[in-house]
Design a protein around this ligand. Sequence first.
Ligand code: TRP
Length: 338
Amino acid sequence: MSNNFKQTVFSGVQPTGNLHLGNYLGAIKNFVELQKKMKCIYCVVDLHAITVFQDSKELKKNMLETTATFIACGLDFKKSIIFNQSSVSEHSELAWIFNCISRIGWMNRMTQFKEKAGKNKENASVGLYVYPNLMAADILLYKATHVPVGDDQKQHLELVRDIAQKFNNDYKSDNFFPIPEPLIQKKLSRVMSLRDGKNKMSKSDESEYSRINLQDTEDEIYKKIKKAKTDSEPIPSRIEDLKNRPEALNLINIYSFITNKTLENTLDSMAGKDFSKLKKELSDALVATICPIGKKIKELKKDEKYLIDILKKGSNKAKEIAKININKVKDIVGFISH
Ligand code: TRP
C-alpha cells in the first residue's frame, strides 16, 4: 500500500440500546486505545440501521444511547470525530457512486446478507443488499487506512478493498483511495454467552443471564457471573486443555482481557483452582470496570442536548473532510460540480 495516506482509523457502530460486555471488549475498548495512536473517526451508523425497519422514536433513543456509551467508555470527542452518519450527506452520495462500481456478483457472495435476509430474500430491502457499498463509502469518504472490525465484518471489508481498487483502476486514478486494512483484535477471542460458550454474547439472546449489560448493577453482575455456566473440572494449566471446554475458556478469556492479562498469565496464577475462585475475581473486576461506565451512561442519557451537541460538532468536523473528498471524486467521475 502507498504511504502517501495519513493513517486514519474509521469505524462504524450500529445504534442499539443496551450495549453489553461483548460490544465493550470486542470493539469500544479498542477504539479508546486507538485514539492514543492515530486520528480516529467513529460513526453511529443510522443509515445502515434502517436497512431493517426501525421505529423512529426507538432509533433516536438508540442513537443517543450509543453516543452516551461511547463517551462513558472513554472516547474523547475533542480528540476523535464522533458523529451520526445521516448528518453527513456525502455518505449517501458516495454510496450511490459505489453502487455503480460494485458488482452484483460481489454482493451475491455476502454471507451476512444471506443470514439477515433469511429464507424470504425477495422481501429484504434493497438497502440491506447494498449495505456493504454504504460501508465502503463510510470508510473511503475519509480515505481511512485502518478499520477496527469484528470477525463478522471481515468479508465486508474485503469488498471495501475491492471497491477502492476498482474505482482507482476504472478511473485510472492510481492511489486515489487507499486500500484499507482491517484491525482485528488478536488478544481477545469473541466474548461468548454466559449460558452457552458456543454462542456469541448477544443482545437478542432471550436469557438476561447470557450477557453482562454495561448498565447492569453490581448485584446483577455478581448474580450473572455466579450463575454463569462452567464445568466441574478445575482450571487447567495449559490453554490446549480448554479446547473442549467453551464455557471455561470464555470466563478465562473475559477475565484475562478485563484485567489486561494474557491467557497464560491467568492460567499460571489460577491453575488447579476451582472456578468459584475465578468467578469471584472476575465479578470484582467486572464491577470495578463496568459499573462506573454504566453509571456514566445513565447520567449522560439524561442530557439529550449535550449528546446531540457532541454529534453536531463531530458532524461538522466530518463534513469538512467529506466535502473535500467528494468534490475530488465528482471531478474524477466527470460530474460538473458548482
Ligand atoms: N457493518 C458494521 C457492523 O454491523 C457497521 C459499520 C458501518 C462499519 N460502516 C462501517 C464498521 C464502517 C466499520 C467501518 O458492525
